[in-house]
Ligand binder design. Sequence first.
Ligand SMILES: [Mg+2]
Length: 358
Amino acid sequence: MRKIIHIDMDAFYASVEQRDDPTLRGRPVAVGYAAKRGVVAAASYAARKFGVRSAMPSITALRKCPELMFVPPRFEVYRSVSREIQAIFADYTHLVEPLSLDEAYLDVTENLRGIPTAAATATATEIRSRIFAQTGLTASAGISYNKFLAKLASNHRKPNGQFVIPPGMGAAFVEALPVGKFHGVGPVTAEKMNRLGIRVGADLRAQSVAFLQQHFGKSGPWYHAIAHGEDDRPVISDRPRKSSGSETTFESDLTDCSAIEAGVVAMADEVWTWCQKANAFGRTVTVKIKYADFRQATRSRSLSATVAAQVILRNISIDLVRSVFPLAQGVRLVGVAVSNFGEKEHSSVEQLDLALTA
Ligand SMILES: [Mg+2]
């Protein structure tokens, strides 16, 4: 039996902003821009009480909560907090699978601290208290014997709580759960299930694999398994990065151009840090975006010489992402990469820049 922990930071972006600006604490805060076409990227718990949700248009959010305070996103800060929590996870297991900046699965079946496997709950408690001690932020945890259940469990006692679904209790836990809350069941599928009379986990469990396959194709066996609380997917750890690319998945799809540009700049800066560490400089810059429907767009530009300075990489990246605006739909991921590494000597400008930033 595996021991899986799902750790999820509470209202991550908003909590970071409240941590760094005490005047925001306890107040309804939205990370994002109040601009006409702006969208809420994250909402504090006080804002959620008014019905403000991430991915909601800012105008709607302000209507629901007129005193809502908008704070522009600072992705570079979120990235750095994310690195801090990843470092804590690494003390417990090599099997860490990040889902986004603030969420990860940990397989602690064989943990590095010699904590008995029966004590996955204690492990989760310890990780959460270390996260709080180091970052001043709270996290919630779900503990179970597979990823599907661990993720459901972490949501159960949010914020700043944890919940265990012990062996054998998975099917019972999902019995009363509306199908729309199942991981991998989107609104369209949930609607279709409802039309077939499948409203909660118990209804789903009552259907045969053949029936589910007939109506939902390849996903049928997956729905059948999760209705029984079963999920064999392994925790796949992030391989050490060997490339000069960086990408990030947003907490919610973004439509606000300045927020997307801020994300691109944060990625460009990460790539630049890598270039300096690896002493590898390329001539081609590529920006990738992934839309809400998972379609991708990439834009590249090649220079005659290697990208010689951070500001150049930033500016090219911003230029490239602007070439996909206006956006037809929300953006869930942005990435920046440098390639086309030459054997050539660095230009003198570059040497100067390296000297100045060293
Ligand atoms: Mg979270």
